[in-house]
Design a protein around this ligand. Structure first.
Ligand code: FES
Ligand code: FES
Length: 157
C-alpha cells in the first residue's frame, strides 16, 4: 500500500448538510461528490480544469472539482447543483435556462448554472460583457452560447 492509498477522513458541509467521508489521498472532489455522496449532478468532462463542467462552490468560490482533491475540501462548505434550488423552488437561473433554452445535451449545464448563480450573488445586475467575462471558464459544445447568455441576462434583476 502506498501513501496515496491511505484513507483520510474528510468532514465538510455539502449543500448545508454535514458529511463525513473516508477517501484515499488521490480522490478528487468530483469523484467524492459523485461516487461517495451520490451527488451525480456535478459532471466531469475534460478532467483537467479547463471546461467548467465540474464547477462547484468551495467556501463560496467557483472551483473546478476535477482538479481539487477531496482532502482539500476538509472543513469546507461545498455547494453543488443539487444545492442551488431552495425549498423545492428552482433558482431563477435554473428556471431561466429552461425558459430560454440554455442547454442541449446538458453536460455543461450544472457548471454553467453554479457559475451563473455565483455571478448573480456577487452582481445581481451584470452587463452582457460582465456575464461573458465571468462565464469564460464554462465551455459549451452545443448551444453556441447565445441562449446561455440570454438565460443569465433574463435571470438578472
Ligand atoms: S471537468 Fe473539470 S474543468 Fe472540465
Ligand atoms: S449543452 Fe451540451 S455542452 Fe453545453
Amino acid at each position: 500500500m502506498t501513501t496515496l492509498d491511505a484513507s483520510h477522513t474528510v468532514r465538510l458541509t455539502v449543500n448545508g448538510e454535514a458529511r463525513e467521508v473516508s477517501v484515499p489521498a488521490r480522490r478528487t472532489l468530483v469523484d467524492m461528490l459523485r461516487y461517495d455522496l451520490d451527488l451525480t449532478g456535478t459532471k466531469e468532462a475534460c478532467s483537467v480544469g479547463v471546461c467548467g463542467a465540474c464547477t462547484v462552490l468551495l467556501d463560496g468560490e467557483i472551483t473546478a472539482s476535477c482538479i481539487t482533491l477531496a482532502v482539500q475540501a476538509d472543513g469546507a462548505d461545498v455547494t453543488t447543483i443539487e444545492g442551488i434550488a431552495q425549498g423545492g423552488e428552482l433558482h431563477p437561473v435554473q428556471q431561466s435556462f429552461i425558459d430560454h433554452g440554455g442547454f442541449q445535451c446538458g453536460i455543461c449545464t450544472s457548471g454553467q448554472i453554479v457559475a451563473a448563480k455565483s455571478l448573480l450573488d456577487a452582481n445581481p445586475s451584470p452587463t452582457e460583457e460582465q456575464v461573458k467575462a465571468w462565464m469564460m471558464g464554462n465551455l459549451c459544445r452545443c448551444t453556441g452560447y447565445y441562449q446561455i447568455l440570454e438565460s443569465i441576462m433574463k435571470a438578472a434583476r
